[in-house]
Design a protein around this ligand. Structure first.
Ligand code: MN
Length: 200
């Protein structure tokens, strides 16, 4: 970086989520997902079958600056799976700076963007290749893989947004679950453990 002017990034995005030009990455493994799924017996059975190092999702990111005005651009690759009748999910979050929006653009696979407001609205938007979701500020969001292949998205959000991962845990999970519904189908179902989101 020269002075305060960041360098441009040239990124190549593959349908499998590999992003040439990424500056960092992280992975979430099955052992990191304790408490995320409502059916804890199903989660424990998966843990016993696959082990704690089983890959659940991988995020690659390109960052070239910090703070207001800068973007974080990357790919999220969520493996398929089921825990009881609940489909594989990312942990989900509200942005720590809650008014910050985000773009998700599906590169491959079949997924759902599950969106909730703190005052109880839910949206579950289907995503396939070429489809995008514009996540506004003030919406809790989580990716769900409802298919049998990896669900891969390009994302882009403000570098000062941050993530509040604690909110969903404190609420007893998101208000809605995305569950299997017939062959190849999915639907949402209320999560009876959801306590409501705290005012924020
Ligand atoms: Mn986000």
């Amino acid at each position: 970086m020269t002075g305060t002017v960041p360098e441009p990034g040239l990124l190549a995005l593959a349908a499998d989520g590999v992003m040439t030009g990424a500056t960092s990455h992280y992975e979430k493994r099955l052992g990191d997902m304790a408490g995320v799924y409502r059916d804890d017996d199903a989660y424990r059975a998966a843990l016993a079958e696959h082990g704690p190092d089983f890959l659940v999702y991988r995020v690659e990111e390109h960052r070239n600056a910090e703070g207001q005005g800068a973007l974080i651009i990357g790919t999220s690759t969520l493996q398929p799976g089921r825990y009881g009748d609940e489909f594989a999910v990312t942990r989900g979050h509200l942005h720590a700076q809650a008014d910050r929006a985000e773009l998700y653009y599906c590169l491959s696979g079949t997924g759902v963007m599950l969106l909730e407001t703190l005052d109880g609205r839910t949206e579950a938007l289907p995503m396939g290749p070429g489809e995008a979701v514009h996540v506004p500020g003030h919406w809790v969001h989580r990716s769900v893989n409802v298919g049998t292949e990896p669900f891969v998205s390009l994302f882009c959000y403000g570098a000062d947004a941050g993530q509040d991962y604690e909110l969903i845990r404190a609420a007893g999970g998101m208000k809605s679950l995305v569950v299997a519904d017939g062959p190849g189908g999915w639907s949402t179902r209320p999560n009876p453990d959801h306590l409501g989101y705290p005012a924020r």
